[in-house]
Design a protein around this ligand. Structure first.
Ligand SMILES: [Zn+2]
Length: 444
């Protein structure tokens, strides 16, 4: 791949080990990696003038349900708590198929890209009418985003005391066989990988203890990561106490669902001993502040988690509970929400940006991403700070205090995915039209 040079950026926020912020700096990409960062760099290849811009590592999204971009702002689900919200949406999701999965994933990923995201995970836990994880993997490959899809699952339907309708659950043998298939087909463990697959039973209230344990064994055997929802709200804690006689953290520990190869979404209700467990075992957390606000779940103790050494990344969560996939806006929300709970000095804009970049990359075990350093992947978000949002700003590094929330240029593995605020790899207006057509059909 030819070289690309970013010239003369007002500021480069490296998120390297010293958290260096370089003024009037250049950045050279070669073969999908960052080759050099400094001043006076030259190239015979393509070059972009970044005067008036701030350059940061691409943002990392650690939790999403991309298929839900087809069910944003659904009446009946707009004002409900988690369990009631799920019960409104399950019958609609039961009508999805492969096309819905592909198009909704492309829309969600394009929206993420426009908000500065270069690497996203996804949690797909229902497979109606022939839908497969492969549908979303193809969507990401076409768009050009780095992708960590997880093979989710639900196996306990209403008739067995679970929350989802029976039509949306799968037999556990089918689930395990498909987990093996998608890992063998799509998982790439190598450095710089564009696709890594994880295993992700939906939540303790929609799968059996056996499936949780089998998924953990299979993940260790295959060398892939584990992901699920945990301790999201008070209902979730009450379910755990009633069904398993323990708190979610204990349940996770018992089933071998802790460790550096595991990350849990939400964790709003973790108590002090569960936070210590996560820190000790290097278990990761996907913090989803907008979703937690939208569903009234509470404020996750992110300040305490970070202070005790828990690895934390950010997630926009599904678009039925956010309802946006704007990751830079999510970072701002994370910063604001910790301040509501703990005071104005609880989280700086720089710390929130660190969680959104390097933090997320570490949660997903991607030390090759999330920082701008020679030898790391060329995943780069460039923000125009010459516009109205930043006019009058005294500190362009404090991007989250002012904006903008739409990226100017975005590179993934050295390939330009967004140019001047427009997606380059797919016909976005056509995809939006297709998405709206599918949404109208679902409404009927
Ligand atoms: Zn979720």
């Amino acid at each position: 791949m030819p070289e690309i040079l970013i010239r003369n950026a007002d500021l480069v926020l490296t998120m390297d080990d010293e958290r260096q912020e370089l003024e009037k700096a250049d950045l050279l990409m070669r073969d999908g990696q960052i080759a050099r960062i400094g001043q006076g760099l030259t190239t015979s290849g393509e070059s972009h003038d970044a005067t008036g811009c701030v350059v940061i590592p691409g943002l990392v999204n650690t939790h999403h349900h991309l298929y839900q971009t087809l069910t944003r702002a659904v009446p009946g689900g707009q004002d409900a708590l988690l369990f009631g919200w799920l019960q409104t949406l399950y019958p609609i999701w039961a009508r999805f198929g492969p096309e819905e999965m592909f198009v909704s994933a492309q829309i969600g990923l394009a929206e993420l890209a426009l908000s500065g995201c270069t690497l996203s995970s996804d949690h797909l836990y229902l497979y109606p009418n022939g839908a497969r994880l492969d549908d979303t993997i193809h969507a990401a490959a076409e768009l050009g985003l780095r992708f960590h899809p997880t093979r989710g699952a639900m196996s306990i339907g209403e008739s067995d005391g679970g929350l989802p309708p029976d039509a949306l659950v799968e037999p556990e043998t089918t689930i395990l066989e498909d987990m093996i298939r998608v890992v063998d087909t799509h998982h790439d463990p190598s450095e710089g990988a564009m696709c890594r697959v994880g295993l992700a039973p939906c939540s303790p209230f929609s799968v059996s203890r056996n499936l949780m344990r089998d998924a953990a064994l299979l993940a260790r055997d295959k060398g892939v990561m584990l992901h699920t929802h945990l301790a999201e709200n008070d209902e979730d804690i009450a379910y755990s106490q009633a069904q398993f006689g323990c708190r979610p953290g204990q349940y996770a520990e018992e089933l071998d669902w802790t460790g550096p190869d595991v990350w849990h979404a939400h964790c709003v209700k973790l108590d002090g001993s569960e936070i210590d467990l996560f820190a000790r075992t290097r278990t990761g957390v996907a913090h989803c502040p907008c979703s937690n606000c939208r569903l009234g779940s509470g404020i996750a103790p992110i300040r305490t988690m970070r202070d005790r050494g828990v690895q934390v990344g950010l997630g926009v969560d599904g678009s039925a509970s956010n309802d946006s996939s704007n990751l830079v806006a999510e970072a701002r929300q994370a910063m604001l929400l910790q301040r509501v709970a703990n005071g104005a000095n609880a989280m700086s804009a720089r710390e929130a940006l660190e969680i959104a970049t390097r933090g997320g990359a570490d949660v997903l075990n991607r030390p090759d991403c999330g920082r701008l350093m020679p030898g790391k992947r060329a995943d780069i978000a460039i923000w125009d700070i010459a516009g109205i949002e930043n006019s009058g700003s005294w500190d362009p590094a404090a991007l989250l205090l002012a904006g903008p929330t739409r990226v100017k240029h975005l590179f993934v593995e050295g390939r330009q995915i967004v140019r001047d605020g427009q997606i380059t790899t797919i016909d976005l207006p056509k995809t939006i039209e297709r998405q709206n057509r599918l949404a109208r059909a679902l409404m009927q």
